[in-house]
Design a protein around this ligand. Structure first.
Ligand code: EPU
Length: 359
């Protein structure tokens, strides 16, 4: 396990912005991790964990050690509690979309709506990835992680992960101390399509009895039509989270902007449907894309960076842009949306190094 000095990180994140790591090491086997962390500790180096780099904005060089998790392997076993289910355990470095395709080919269903999400399996639980009416928490059973405080491998079941909309314990109390090693999912051998999300329902030929393959194909087509392919255009998907606000605050916004789309939050998970948001006691989710779009940002360019023309929630690097330029653009958008709607956008991507005072 060699360490590389002054390593180029641009090819390791999907924004493809220039940044260098003081040190980079790649972890291919679980037992290499404790030694790497110990060496970093001995040398007083901060540690930054990198998965697929698809949800990270690097706006400066990264001091210390960057650890790239490349653990590979997919195992499965019957679920003793449910003959219809299969338990699939996946190493952190596996590619998420390839996992979705693999499970579909095996006839293990439940991940189809999460097709084409860039990134690695180990990064997926951190922000509880979600799309088209399904989120990771719906099928996740448990997570094994390396605890850097106790220097032990530990396991959390689904409830202990404290999943919520784009949120988990790994962004909170375990932030910077847990390194995810593998995830176990419970998938179904019986096809069950989730066709609840508006954009999926509106897809030509969509129906409640679509096959998992049809859902997969539809999700891929929808994503390709509005989300830029990071291999061609640098981006990290949604740059901001959809704000969660009180129904009262939402009703006030609706007075002024009656067309604002509103999504109910049905549980700790995000399965959402359009709602009139009349209940005064519940929180609702409003689309950041709509706020940014209405504030006039869609398609706006600032030199080599800009706001995507098909999805206002996606910031892009047209080539040659820097992380600082993207951060500056994001900062302008936050101020503008705050000024227009009184709503403070929060980043969904992980900004490294963390900007002092936040975004
Ligand atoms: N909208 C606009 N302008 C736009 C784009 C969208 O007004 O430029 C409006 C749409 O009309 C729609 C609403 O915003 O009413 C929601 O749009 P969309 O269905 O495209 O979803 P989103 O809320 O923008 C979220 C996730 C995506 C996920 C999609 C589909 C977050 C932060 N983003 O986007 O996740 O693919 O739903 O489920 O929750 C990601 O996390 O990187 C990501 C791409």
């Amino acid at each position: 396990m060699a360490w590389q000095a002054d390593a180029d990180l641009a090819p390791l994140t999907t924004f493809a912005v220039p940044a260098r790591a003081q040190w980079l090491c790649r972890i291919d086997q679980e037992d290499e991790l404790p030694a790497a962390l110990q060496q970093a500790d001995d040398r007083d180096l901060t540690v930054t964990i990198l998965g697929g780099g698809s949800n990270m904005l690097l706006h400066a060089d990264v001091p210390g050690l960057v650890v790239r998790m490349q653990l590979a392997g997919i195992r499965h076993q019957a679920d003793p509690a449910d003959t219809d289910a299969v338990l699939v355990t996946v190493a952190a470095g596996e590619n998420w979309h390839q996992l979705v395709e693999y499970c579909l080919r095996q006839g293990w269903y439940g991940l189809e709506n999460l097709a084409l999400i860039p990134g690695s399996v180990g990064a997926a639980p951190v922000q509880n990835i979600g799309a088209y009416g399904v989120e990771l928490a719906d099928t996740l059973v448990s997570i094994r992680y390396f605890d850097t405080q106790t220097v032990q491998v530990r396991e959390l079941d689904r409830d202990e992960c404290q999943f919520a909309y784009r949120d988990s314990i790994f962004k909170r109390t375990l932030k910077n101390t847990a390194i995810i090693l593998s995830c176990t999912f419970r998938l179904s051998r019986t096809p069950r399509a989730v066709v609840t999300y508006p954009a999926l329902l509106q897809y030509p030929g969509a129906s409640a009895d679509m096959s998992p393959q049809q859902v997969f194909d539809a999700v891929c087509a929808i994503r390709r039509s509005k989300l830029p392919d990071p291999a061609k255009l640098g981006n990290a998907g949604s740059f901001f989270r959809n704000p969660v606000i009180s129904a009262d605050a939402c009703a006030a916004l609706q007075q002024r902007w009656p067309d604002i789309p509103v999504f109910a939050i049905t549980s700790a998970t995000t399965s959402a449907t359009t709602t009139s948001a009349t209940a005064a006691t519940t929180d609702v989710k409003i689309p950041a894309a709509w706020l940014i779009d209405q504030a006039g940002w869609k398609g706006v360019r600032r030199g080599a960076v800009g706001v995507h023309g098909q999805q206002a929630l996606v910031l892009v690097n047209y080539g040659g842009g820097t992380g600082q330029q993207i951060l500056d653009l994001a900062t302008e958008i936050v101020s503008s949306v705050q000024h227009t709607f009184g709503v403070r956008l929060q980043p969904e991507v992980c900004i490294v190094p963390a900007p002092p005072g936040g975004l």
